[in-house]
Design a protein around this ligand. Sequence first.
Ligand SMILES: [Zn+2]
Length: 406
Amino acid sequence: MKIYKNIKKCRICGSSNLKLIINLNSQPTANQLTSNFNQKEISVPLKLLFCNTCKTTQLSSTVDSKYLFSKYVWVTGTSDVAKKYCEKFVLITRKKFRDVKSVLEIASNDGTLLREYRKRGYRVLGVDPAKNIARKANRENISTIAGFFDFKLSKYISKKFDKPDLIIARNVIPHVEHIHSIIRGFKNLSKKNGIIAIEFHYLYEIIKGLQYDSIYHEHLYYFSLKSISKLFKKYSLYPFDYDKSPISGGSIVLYFSSNKRNKSKKLKNLEIFEKNKKLNTLSTLKTFGDKSRKHRDSLVKIMNSVKGNVYGYGASARSSTLLNFAKFNHNKLKFIMDKNKLKNGFFTPGTKIKIVKFNKNKIPKSSNIIILAWNFRKEIINQFDKTSKHKFIIPLPGKPKIYEIQ
Ligand SMILES: [Zn+2]
């Protein structure tokens, strides 16, 4: 069974003017954990391309979404940072948009965010492709439709429900092949004064922090303000403001509307910033590719130089890219600890490292721990006692660093 196809033309504008930025080797998809060490795996090319016509950075291969998302093991409820930010997200939107009474969230997961809105009296509706997770949300009285959101589903929603005042899509737009159909769906459900909040891992942060580990098969597009605005404009949706978000190691929440509102000063400044940084250019992306390869080489050197066993922390999707690109496997890493119980007992894709329950007493004193979920590095290091004398290898952002507890 072929689970993927390679693109010849840009998914956004149809141009064939696609340039290779970095090849991260063929890898199994990042969330396909295996329960058996000897289980056969399917590898898919992982190459980042830049469309020199519409300036959208994207992957060369599209994996069948049913294969990718049907058994999604990542649940937003598990990270403290993600949880805290949910509350903040609600407070920010409440303050900004006082007329909003109803919220529709696309890829609402287990309802973590919608629960915060409902607590405050909003009418809420969620859509999520993972049936088991949608069921869980419904059980907890967060009304959730199990399915892939697209134009067709938007027609169903508009028949059954009132149009929402606010549509939220957090870190979903970059993951979907049928992106045009989704945005048509937004337009279809958007009221005249309606707002659409789109959160995405911001290309500038990826480049600045050398976050090549955020490149994985689920993540098809790597948007800048310019590239995403151009895409939404095709459907007569216009950006008017934005906020920063800590998710994924640097995201932004961009607000669109059907009616052309005045752009905030903040948004205008971001447009100027992207221009000054030459963010949407082939040469900037090529430099990012070169630096990422060099970064990988220096991380390999560090891992080879430390004495004794190395343990991992955080079997996230991005850790899968890093492990496969650097070729760290079960010989190098004894095991990876992860707080997500759903992942415990499984093996990492391609690199076959066992994922175990977090238990700080399992690790001998003065051990080496590589923090693969580096965007939660403070949270992680704080769990260990000072007397443990562990050495933490922090691969990213920027240059790899060693931090010793003392
Ligand atoms: Zn294009």
